[in-house]
Ligand binder design. Structure first.
Ligand code: SAH
Length: 415
């Protein structure tokens, strides 16, 4: 049909409160309805039966269901009609009625006979993306995905074209692999005027920043020369007061041994708005990429995450090591490698078996990731032999053995 060869005219319909008729209650209707609802359409659905997902929307009162087959006259009062039944003759009849009444009708079963096409669409904040590709829905969806992804990660310059957030965003950058920051984190990073980054931030993320972004290294080398926390708070507040949008990038999750709370308090006291974007914490992610599940049915129903920046017997330690040794749960120890001898000694003294399996993972999720497996008796020696250095995570408990079993099966069966 010649009509199919002419490019369609794309339009943004403001459906708020307007009646839309959907004929059919199957999977196609289920795919179409959410976007219509999001646009505020008042949907009437005509179909003898509906999918469970549509049924939920009906039960919630979000769409009106006429539980019966289509009949002539159903199109009356509608601004748009979607006909998505599995019966060709029904779709043809609906389309004919709509055409006669000059109502736009989208039919899902025959693009050439359809008066209108639904584009593959997506949304990133206030940006709407709609793509048609000559009636090839897969191609359109692929292009839509690429545009949406580029808008999200800032490849299509988000800084200049969006309403910029204000204040400070406290963003978790994930454990190291630049692919493990969240989508929201990447969006905000692409909009930043100032980025204040920790030592463990993936270099890959910072390398993408435009040249005019002020990058401040908040590196706090342990025991070394330091930019104290107060100074970091000062910088955040100072830049935000200049009207610049500040992204405070932190390793893992900002609130897991990350002083995120302190920075939030400081900003709040200064009257600066703060957006919090959680991150993938190394406490869970690093064991995972080393093949160790922190919980496992029948093995461990709890895991404890502990900062061991001070050794167990140190007067400043507030950790109940005796209690931990009794839980039987998985222990995930951060900032622990330098004190591994004291830690292993204390856990055995408080009753854990010297044979308890231990794994130490350095540089988790990074190309330089490496791990050693040991027991509480041998771990200190193995760490020294292997030259394991921070950042590293120590995992204590039987889940380490589960990880090893998983690895054995994989090595045998997975090509
Ligand atoms: N907020 C961070 C933790 C900061 S404390 C988070 O949620 O992950 C810093 C400690 O985290 C390091 O000493 C180390 O124990 C651990 N760590 C962080 N990234 C790591 C990585 N990629 N591999 C191993 N350990 C890591």
């Amino acid at each position: 049909m010649a009509r199919g060869e002419v490019a369609p005219y794309l339009l943004g319909l403001r459906l708020d409160g307007r009646r839309v008729l959907v004929v059919g209650g199957g999977r196609v209707a289920q795919r179409r309805v959410p976007a219509l609802l999001e646009a505020g359409a008042a949907i009437t659905l005509v179909s003898p039966s509906v999918t469970p997902a549509l049924d939920d929307l009906i039960a919630d009162g979000r769409i009106v269901w006429e539980r019966r087959p289509y009949r002539v006259g159903d199109c009356d009062g509608a601004w748009i009609v979607h006909t998505c039944t599995s019966k060709r003759d029904v779709n043809t009849a609906v389309a004919a009625e709509a055409e006669a009444k000059r109502i736009w009708c989208v039919r899902a079963d025959d693009k050439d006979a359809s008066a209108a096409w639904t584009p593959a669409s997506g949304r990133v904040d206030e940006i709407g993306v709609a793509v048609t590709a000559g009636g090839d829905p897969r191609r359109a969806a692929g292009i839509r995905d690429a545009v949406v992804a580029a808008l999200r990660d800032g490849t299509v310059d988000a800084r200049r074209h969006r309403t910029k957030p204000v204040g400070v965003a406290l963003v978790g950058a994930g454990p190291g692999d630049p692919g493990l920051i969240t989508v929201r984190g990447r969006q905000l990073l692409a909009q930043a005027d100032v980025v204040v980054a920790d030592r463990l931030i993936p270099r890959g993320l910072l390398g993408e920043l435009p040249a005019d972004v002020e990058l401040i290294d908040a590196a706090k080398v342990p025991y070394g020369r330091a930019l104290p926390q107060d100074k970091i708070n000062e910088v955040l507040i100072d830049r935000a007061r200049q009207g610049r949008f500040v992204v405070r990038l932190k390793g893992g999750d900002p609130f897991v041994f990350g002083r995120g709370g302190e920075e939030m308090i400081a900003c709040a006291e200064a009257g600066i708005p703060v957006i919090v974007v959680p991150g993938v914490t190394s406490a869970v992610a690093v064991p995972a990429v080393a093949g160790v599940p922190v919980t496992h049915r029948g093995v461990s129903q709890e895991f404890h995450v502990i900062s061991v920046h001070v050794a167990p017997e140190h007067p400043k330690s507030t950790v109940d090591w005796e209690g931990l040794a009794k839980t039987g749960g998985t222990l995930v120890l951060l900032m622990a490698v330098e004190r591994i001898t004291e830690i292993a000694g204390s856990l055995v003294r408080y009753g854990l078996s010297p044979e308890t399996p231990v794994m130490v993972v350095q540089d988790g999720t990074l190309p330089t990731q490496r791990a050693i497996a040991a027991t509480l008796t041998t771990v200190a020696e193995r760490v020294t032999e292997a030259g394991i250095r921070p950042p590293a995570i120590v995992i204590v408990g039987d889940v380490v053995r589960v990880g090893q079993e998983i690895e054995m099966v994989r090595a045998e069966r997975v090509p």
